[in-house]
Design a protein around this ligand. Sequence first.
Ligand code: GN1
Ligand code: MG
Length: 371
Amino acid sequence: MSKRMTNKNILEIASHFNLSGEVQAVKECHSGHINSTYFLTCKNGNSTKRYTMQMINTNVFKKPDEVMENIVNVTGYIREGLVAEGIDPTRRTLNVIYTTDNKWGYVDSESKYWRFYDYIEDSDNYNQVESTEMFEKVGYAFGHFQMQLKGFDASKLHETIPNFHNTEWRFNNLMDSMVANRAGRAQSVLSELRFAIDRKEITSFINKGIADGSLTLRVTHNDTKLNNIMIDHDTGEGICVIDLDTVMPGSVLADFGDSIRFGASSAAEDETDLDKVYCRLDMFEAYAKGFIEGLEGSLSESEIRALPMGAIILTYETGIRFLSDYLDGDTYFRIEYPEHNLDRARNQFKLVADMESKLAQMNAIVEKYIK
Ligand code: GN1
Ligand code: MG
């Protein structure tokens, strides 16, 4: 448990939610760069029930109630769809637990915003793929997630982080951070800045595609990291897509690309031995298969053709976000040591360079799905 949060604090916060029984155990979850997460076990007579408790990072999500409104609407829509298909929605979509005064969240005495979900039992999330079979199933689930939201009215969604996957905006942000040089680190990252600037032309790829109609605006997840999906213990199926804080209108390239960036990498996002960091084409192929199948033929030819560029762009974009944060003095992503964001940026750029060298092979893989 972090130094700041004590069990007493947690119990006090939990007492404001409609939980079943008494809190018996609290465990901190260490993955995720933005919010803080805990798992709580509650006991009621002989039965136990688990919950996921999260503090929303309001430095990143300025309007947490809007985040929650999106989540309640999106999960409600998915749940109705599952029920209409005769599928039990339990464990297949997040279930928000309301406060005792019927709200989506509780603001504590330190102005921190807390929310609760039912814990997704008999499943796990992963930080590294274990097999191509697993990654294909993850791809299917993220593709299917978009299908589940196909009829969802996008105008109901709040933009929880403006310009989230606007790569051109992210690039301009990097330039601003470089000039402002708030942490005095700009001189030490000249080669990384050069790498980013040399690739400026790719930053407009998605915006241009949306403008010229070759890419469709859909309701997308926008944070399709491998650890944002729960994998069923028995079937290995990607049973529940989690971390719905950034569900917003976007391009399919962002969801595809972000998954490849994280899951098809041969190494962790912060691996510092860059010889170990490359894009695994077997994983790329497995994910592409699952994702395209999950989208049930709704991808256009131009979208399928653009998927490999999506992988490059999202990896590049994440790299420049880490680099900007390093230049700003680490105010956005959680870090474990001072150079963490720089190590992450270097890692992502290595992956970009590797993907660039494999673009023809990635193109050949997706080409197979064009009829
Ligand atoms: C953050 O919170 P987490 O770890 O799921 C970030 C993503 C980045 C990712 C990089 C709201 O995701 O955009 O791709 O870190 N989420 C937000 O690992 O900025
Ligand atoms: Mg997450």
